[in-house]
Design a protein. Structure first.
Length: 320
């Protein structure tokens, strides 16, 4: 009988994923979902693989401290800014992520934010809950109609394209900026802008879909917000640090922007306190991939990757 590799699963995962992890590996689970933090290297003693989430920061120091037995790290996320890939490569640790499986769920949340922010869903919900809905009138909680307008998409990757398909069904015209222009069959009629600045000027609605990198950090700053049409609506389901919080809050306060819809935040869950004070921001607690089907698929994808990496085969979704 071959022995199953030992893996450390750093967070509590959906039941079906934990069941499979325990069948296929000697899996050390975290049933109480206590954050492991600085203890990670110690907890990884005797493990060959780690199944982590974006809550675990794989810094160069941590990589150095990991026991020599660790050969593979699979993250339960598409984003990988929490992992120092160079440090892993230097130590011969293979790394994978979970792209594709969450495209549709995240695009659904981007659409929800676009509609919720434009149509003032949280203001309306709060009004009803607080018993402050005194009656109907023709100008109550008006917002801009999305149909017939341009949606600008920054980063036309898998999730950006999934949002474009949804927004087209709502009658929106799609414009996008990407490092390079897509092939016609991927563009599906969307208009390409070679610069972000040109896209911003054309976009009364804007959705961000670029990864967090040193280049994209604070992408949406005061200067770029100024280029958006007055009264624009901004949506972010990518990463919080691609937005300059101070600049976004100032633009929401001044009326330069009509509203924003945010699912991700710099420093989450400790978000900038300014957001909670604003009526014209629709806030969600990083729910992008939070469907039963998608979270199972992310877990199975991470396990497929671990099995391949620890079995000496190419990982389906390698980063290193
Ligand atoms: C996850 C995400 O909820 O996949 C990502 O990059 O942001 C989310 O889908 C989270 O990061 C889980 O680790």
């Amino acid at each position: 009988m071959t022995t199953r590799p030992t893996i450390l699963v750093t967070r509590k995962l959906p039941p079906a994923v934990e069941a499979r992890a325990s069948r296929e590996f000697n899996a050390i689970l975290n049933p109480d979902d206590r954050l492991i933090g600085a203890d990670l290297a110690k907890r990884a003693e005797g493990c060959e693989g780690l199944l982590i989430c974006s809550s675990e920061k794989i810094t160069p120091e941590l990589v150095k401290a990991l026991p020599a037995s660790v050969r593979a790290i699979a993250t339960f996320s598409v984003g990988f800014e929490h992992i120092d890939l160079e440090a892993c490569r230097a130590r011969g640790i293979r790394v994978s992520h979970t792209p594709e499986v969450l495209n549709e769920a995240v695009a659904d949340i981007a659409m929800l934010l676009l509609l919720g922010a434009s149509r003032r869903a949280s203001e309306g919900e709060r009004m009803v809950r607080a018993g402050q809905w005194k009656g109907w009138y023709t100008t109550m909680l008006l917002g801009p109609q999305i149909g017939g307008k341009v949606l600008g998409i920054v980063g036309m990757g898998r999730i950006g394209r999934a949002l474009a398909r949804r927004a087209r069904a709502f009658g929106m015209e799609i414009h996008y900026h990407n490092r390079s222009r897509l092939a016609a069959e991927q563009e599906e009629g969307a208009s390409y802008h070679a610069t972000a600045e040109s896209l911003l000027e054309a976009s009364p609605f804007l959705s961000l879909h670029c990864p967090s990198t040193p280049e994209s950090r604070n992408f949406l700053n005061a200067e770029r917000i100024a280029r958006l049409p007055d009264g624009a609506v901004v949506v972010n389901t990518a990463r919080g640090d691609i937005v300059d919080d101070e600049a976004l809050i100032a633009a929401l306060k001044s009326g330069k922007l009509f509203a924003a819809g945010l699912d991700v935040f710099a420093g989450e869950p400790n978000i900038h306190p300014g957001y909670a004070k604003l009526d014209n921001v629709f806030l969600l607690p990083h729910l992008g991939s939070a469907t039963v089907e998608t979270r199972d698929a992310m877990g199975f994808c991470a396990l497929d990757n671990l099995a391949a990496m620890l079995g000496g085969r190419p990982a389906p979704n390698p980063l290193v």
